[in-house]
Structure formats: C-alpha cells, structure tokens
Design a protein around this ligand. Structure first.
Ligand code: ADQ
Length: 489
C-alpha cells in the first residue's frame, strides 16, 4: 500500500518577472554557469517558504541555437527556473527601449524622451509592439507550465501586458500583478501614448498590488479618469467585474542580515573598516547608479555641508557605493561621468595629502562586505528623487542594532511612509535642507538615535519579505474565491 505523503500541501506559485534570479553565462556549446543576481525582488522572493515556487523569466543572455536553449533549460530546471528566450532585437526594443527608456523614467516622474517628436512616435510604436510581443512570449511559457490551482504572480512594469495575455489563455487562472516602482499621478500616466492599453491589461489581473497606498490611489484614479471606470474602496469595477487594488509594502529578509553580522568574516571586516576610518564619522550611500537615486544631489549636499561646517572636514567621510546598471544607455553613461566629475572636484577642494572626503566605488559589493559597511556606518544617506520602496534603507536599519546610526531618507521613497517617524525625512532636491540634515544626524544625541532606531528596527524586523509575499498570495486566493461566490449569487 502507498505511504501517505508526509509533506503538507504547498500551493504552486509561478513567479513571473523579466529577469530570473540567476544570470546565465555560456561556457561551452552546452555548458553554463549560473550566478545568483542581486536586487530587491530576488532577495524578497527567496525568503518565501510557504509555496512550491517556480520562476519564469529571461536569463539575461541571447541563446539563438536549439542545443543551447535545451541545455540552459535543463541547467535552470535544477534551480526551479524556467527560461523565456528573447532575441537581441526584442531585448533592444522591449527591454532597453520600451521598459527602460519609456516606462522607467515616466513612472519616476522624469517624463517621456524628448527627442524629435516624429522620431519618438515611430520608435515608440515599434517599441510598444516589441513590448506586447515579449509579454506574449512570457505568457506562452506560463501557459506551457501552468497547472490547475497554480497562482501566477506577475512582477513589475516590464510585464504590464501579461495579465491580459494570461486571462485570454485561461480566464480561471489566478493572476496577481505587483509593481515595484512608483505608479505616478494620473496626470503623468495620461501622457503615455499607450496609457489605456496598459491599464486595461493590468486590470485583467485579479489582484493588483503596489508598495504604498498613494501608488494604489494613483492607479485607481488613472483608471477612473482615463478609462472612465468606477473606483471603489476595494479597487476598480468594470461592468460588474472587480479588480482588487491594494498596497503591499515589501520588506527584506532581516534575519539574514542580522545573522550575517555574527559571522567571523564579517566581524573581521568590521574591525578593518573601524581601523581604517578611526576618528571619522562614516556616512554611506549604496545605490544602483541610476538617475532616480539622486546621487549627484546627495554629493552636492555633502559638499554644501563641508562648505558650511569647516570643523567637520577632517572628521567625516562619505562612502558612496554605486553599482553601474544599463551601461549601454547614453543617459547612464552621462550620469557616471557627471558623478565622477563632482566627486573629483569635491575631493580636490576638501581633500588633504592623507585623506579625501568622498570614497566613490563604481561596483557591486558582496553580501558580507555590504553587511559590514552597513554596521560601521553612522549616517546612511538615501536621497532618491523617486523610489518605489528602497530596500537599502531597510538593510541599513537591520544592521544597526548595536550602533544605532541615523537614516536620512528621501520623502519620495516609498520607505518614507513606513520609516518616516524614525528617519530624518528630506526633499532631495533641496541641497540646503539635506546639508542641514547631515549636521543634525551627525550631532544627534544618543537617546534620540536610540528612539528613532527602535522605531525603524521594529518595522524592518516585523514587515519582512516573507510576510509581504504571503500576504499578497493569500489575498489573491481570497479575492478569487470572493469573485466566484459573487458570480454564483
Ligand atoms: P532597486 O531600484 O534595485 O529596486 P532597492 O530597493 O534599493 O532598489 O534595492 C537594491 C538592492 O540592490 C538592495 O538589496 C541592495 O543591497 C542591492 N545593491 C544596491 N547597490 C549595491 C552595491 N553597490 N553592491 C551590492 N548590492 C547593492 C526596485 C525598486 C525599489 C524597490 C525594489 C523592491 O526601484 O524602489 O524597493 O525594486 O521592490
């Protein structure tokens, strides 16, 4: 007789995102090395243990041949990953073009590209066509792997067309969509030529989630103003069908950071850093090198602080770690040169033969080095011009339980809504205000630091990535059950 399966039932979750959590590098005709990629989405979803999760996405590499596609599919299957194969042209038009050149800046209030109008319209149309085509390719792969009862969770602005494609395949599929960036005011969204198509497609999902209540409100008001639909406290209604819209603020796996601080290698690194910067307060910025992160504004505010507080010049150092991203895009290349130019000028102005005020690194740090840096920091500076949430602020807080450093946080990061009471909130465009907040942070009394840190630490350790994912998926299950009950009534 068959033994009963001892494992509790775990629902299958298909996580669909533009990128898989691993990047593939080809080593031979059918040999691959797979590297874990960093980033908020990956670290958040890796903490989810309640589900039988599979990832569907692009592995970041062009694989034109069948041998390569087969062998990569096999290698990825061991990591529970399923590839979507995108060719170079699609990647160029869909990913570099429509996603990164149009949706990303627009959703962060940087507007649409400003080139010649006719050229923009033409390239816009072909990029949008590629966007739809790529989303359909993702849908095809989901369809091939879908089993009845699965939950399909689509992620981010790359896949706004996916909910509609999935529901066309199977209207009973449970589909959720979550946006990791801000959703802008409806006045911004309405400038997008494909504004209605994207909204309608997202509305095909059963549940639509955002980091903050404000983004959810902007989305609902875009649907009411642009599509003429009815917004309700629950979401958006279209001819009796409700799409539930709500806020699900993401978190981090805080225990992973807290546990890492106890490892000997991290402790050694902390000791080295303390010796290296002895006698100086350490300020830290960790960002992807992206215009939305407000890196030039942050550095200029630091310059202003040094200008106005000469007695601090040899007592403080700013470590700015910036991972280059989208390096083939001219705007990003310009940003890199701009940051280097400002850092060089300030170091020339305030540096001495033995020390410079800014250490700028254009690279990624490994997890343990990052934890050590967070732990020795006195003041973290997060000055995003817009940011869906910003996980760096969470990671810093998780590593500060002994030091109780101060977080200076942009009011335009989603994190400001959860950590506003513990951080010093600033308008990153106001260089004078940020410079003043640096002085305030460096001179803050220990009791005040302790009080602010307690608030933030409690938030970061209770609102974790796991809790975020479980809440979203259980809300999605409930939403579908409620909709079925409504139809039966
Ligand atoms: P990102 O824009 O990538 O994420 P963020 O939330 O700060 O921004 O996450 C960045 C991640 O990359 C963090 O885990 C951080 O540790 C890591 N990282 C950044 N710089 C690094 C460096 N130099 N070395 C090593 N690691 C580095 C998007 C949205 C955010 C949203 C997340 C999650 O733009 O607003 O918070 O998704 O939803």
């Amino acid at each position: 007789c068959e033994k009963p399966d001892a494992r509790p039932f775990r629902q299958r979750l298909l996580v669909v995102a533009n990128r898989l959590p691993v990047s593939a590098v080809r080593r031979g005709e059918d040999s691959w090395s797979l590297e874990m990629s960093a980033g908020g989405l990956v670290s958040a979803l890796l903490g989810v243990k309640e589900f039988e999760a599979r990832w569907i996405g692009w592995a970041g590499v062009n694989v034109p041949d069948e041998v390569g596609q087969k062998s990569l599919t096999k290698a990825l299957a061991e990591k529970r990953c399923i590839p979507v194969f995108l060719d170079e042209e699609i990647v160029h038009q869909y990913y570099n073009g429509y996603c990164n050149n149009i949706l990303w800046p627009l959703f962060h209030y940087l507007g649409l590209p400003q080139e010649d109008r006719i050229a923009t319209t033409r390239s816009f149309q072909s990029q949008f066509a590629a966007y739809k085509k790529a989303n359909q390719m993702f849908a095809d792969v989901v369809h091939q792997h879908y089993e009845e009862g699965d939950v399909v969770w689509c992620h981010d602005y790359h896949l706004m067309f996916l909910p509609k494609c999935l529901k066309e395949y199977n209207n009973n599929m449970k589909v959720g969509w979550f946006l990791h960036t801000p959703f802008p005011s409806s006045e911004i969204h309405r400038t997008l030529p494909s504004r209605s198509d994207l909204l309608r497609s997202v509305l095909a999902a059963d549940l639509v989630g955002f980091h903050t209540y404000d983004y959810a409100r902007h989305f609902v008001s875009a649907c009411t103003r642009i599509l003429g639909l009815e917004g309700t406290p629950e979401g958006v209604e279209d001819q009796g069908r409700l799409t539930r819209v709500a806020a699900f603020p993401i978190g981090i796996d805080s225990d992973r950071f807290i546990r890492a601080l106890e490892l000997p290698q991290v402790q050694d690194h902390i000791k080295e850093l303390k010796e290296r910067f002895a006698g100086r307060k350490v300020m830290l910025g960790v960002d992807r090198l992206d215009m939305i992160k407000g890196i030039p504004q942050k550095i200029l505010a630091f310059e202003k602080f040094l200008e106005e507080n000469s007695h601090w010049r040899d007592k403080v150092v700013l470590l700015q770690i910036a991972v280059p991203t989208r390096t083939d895009v001219p705007e990003y290349q310009k940003l890199t040169s701009q940051v280097h130019e400002i850092v060089g000028r300030i170091n020339g102005r305030f540096g001495t033969l033995t020390a410079v005020p800014i250490h700028h690194l254009d690279r990624s740090l490994d997890f343990y080095a990052l934890c050590a840096l967070y732990a020795v920091t006195d003041v973290a500076l997060v000055t995003s011009l817009r940011d869906g949430m910003n996980l760096v602020s969470y990671e810093f807080v998780a590593c500060q339980d002994s030091k109780k450093g101060v977080l200076i946080l942009s009011e335009f990061a989603g994190a400001a809504q959860s950590m506003g009471a513990g951080a010093i909130l600033v308008n990153p465009w106001n260089i004078t205000e940020v410079a003043d907040s640096i002085r305030q942070a460096l001179t803050m009394l220990p009791e005040e630091r302790e009080k602010r840190h307690r608030h933030n630490f409690l938030h970061v350790t209770t609102h974790t990535a796991q809790e975020w994912a479980e809440t979203f998926v259980s809300e999605l299950n409930d939403t579908v059950i409620e909709a079925q009950l409504r139809i039966r009534q």
